[in-house]
Design a protein around this ligand. Sequence first.
Ligand code: NAP
Length: 278
Amino acid sequence: MELLGVIGNPISHSLSSVMHNQAFKKLGKEAIYVPMLVTTGKLKEAIAGAQALGFVGLNVTVPFKEQVIPYLTELTDQARATKSVNTIKFDGDQIIGHSTDGLGFEHALISELQMDLDKKNILLIGAGGAARAIVHQVLTHDCLLYIANRTVSRAEQIVNELSKAQSANVEVCSLDPSSLREIMDQIDIVVNTTSVGMEKTISETPIPLCLLEAKHTVIDIIYNPQESMLLKKARSKGCRVQNGIGMLVWQAAKAWEFWWGIHPPIDKMYETVKASLS
Ligand code: NAP
């Protein structure tokens, strides 16, 4: 039996175990995936413990995506670029860190909306961990990116960490509606990576809805609720919309490729996540 799991704190909300275990069942794969709560100060021991127990790999979630890096022996290009690890593979003595969040975002877009990122003008709202992964993925394409965040310095920090060539195609802009209005005409894709639209802000949107037009594709990486207020209103304006389930499923699919070089049953994963959320 192959062992895998996700580490985080908190971890009880994670949909990863049900998604992976249902996919194993569908394929008749002899593997089990467990959610594991790691307490503060015990991250190093958790990684060493999983290695000692013969785990194939781990996923890593909040708040450990950056903190885990010192305990790894190698990083993939995606992990190094984003300074974030959401997937670990144990390979002999090696502990290899990878980031599949950005890849998951792009593959969800291709698979659900048949859309690629080349030559697109993108407004990305937010500058947290998820935004960083998406920025790096988006910038592997020839596109123009605007980043708007409540705390402007966090957006500036993401841009400052980019190479000169990458940052040539990126601008930080204000979330102020009058500033956003000046660029909305050029925008093809709006991506919300903030948590506005979840929990206490469930009835809020990260930008005023009057800025959206039918020509915009609107992606909200929030998946709980499955249709955020932003997506609901964007859809009513005729925009093409996509929620965060695809990114969640495809980042998991990219982890399978990293662990085993195989593709999981994607449809089963979508079905499991949607059923768990509803
Ligand atoms: P994070 O690092 O904590 O970043 C949170 C972001 O939200 C920051 O840009 C923050 O702005 C902004 N924000 C929070 N509250 C706000 C408010 N009231 N008004 C305006 N901006 C606000 O979190 P994260 O890990 O990037 O995750 C962000 C969201 O993405 C969450 O909803 C998470 O569930 C979702 N997510 C989805 C997937 C997926 O697979 N679909 C993967 C990862 C994350 P400041 O910088 O100003 O604080």
